[in-house]
Design a protein around this ligand. Structure first.
Ligand SMILES: [Zn+2]
Length: 187
């Protein structure tokens, strides 16, 4: 975190920031039941089909929120990531109150080369946005910051949901994507 960023927060935000920083993991009730859905997403990405990727990503989101007994998230999966010279957008989360469901946007193709996003990167982005949702729904925070605790919670979700064996070809492809990508951002 840039030092100036924290200093720029008001008293209320600093309190939320500190609360967020204290929680390092979010255990899911039955993560083994979620792993097959992650594999479905992997297959859908491999097929390059947006409709299939939307379907199984939404299914994973639904299963996570159902297990935790919290409000569902409505996913909108889009094609090529928006970008400018400095950054490339991976995902967005829109918190809501009341009856309107929170929304998530994800993109499945890289900006420059328009290649399908590597499975691990896609899953991590999806779970990053889920973490924002859990900040409001599970931790009952009034705001959601990228604290060290937040990033640890994101990693804990990835570890729980990522199937134990990912074929080598996918890992290699993920690395290739990462190396080629310009500065990227998931917010
Ligand atoms: Zn974020």
């Amino acid at each position: 975190m840039p030092f100036g960023y924290y200093n720029g927060l008001n008293h209320r935000q600093k309190r939320i920031y500190q609360e967020s920083d204290r929680v390092w993991a979010l255990p899911l009730p039955d993560s083994a039941a979620l792993q097959p859905l992650a594999l479905k997403i992997q297959a859908a990405l491999d097929s390059g089909r947006l409709d299939r990727t939307q379907k199984w990503s939404q299914a994973l989101l639904h299963a996570i929120t159902l297990q935790l007994g919290i409000r569902p998230i409505r996913l909108e999966l889009l094609d090529v990531r928006p970008s400018n010279s400095k950054m490339e957008l991976h995902g967005l989360y829109y918190p809501t109150e009341g009856r309107t469901l929170p929304r998530m946007k994800l993109w499945m193709r890289t900006a420059k080369r328009r290649q399908v996003v590597a499975f691990k990167t896609f899953l991590r982005t999806l779970l990053h946005e889920v973490c924002h949702h859990l900040d409001y729904e599970c931790l009952k925070l009034k705001d959601s910051f990228h604290t060290e605790g937040f990033l640890r919670r994101e990693s804990s979700l990835v570890q729980q949901i990522l199937p134990p064996v990912v074929p080598i070809s996918h890992s290699r492809r993920a690395k290739a994507h990462l190396n080629k990508m310009p500065t990227t951002k998931a917010v």
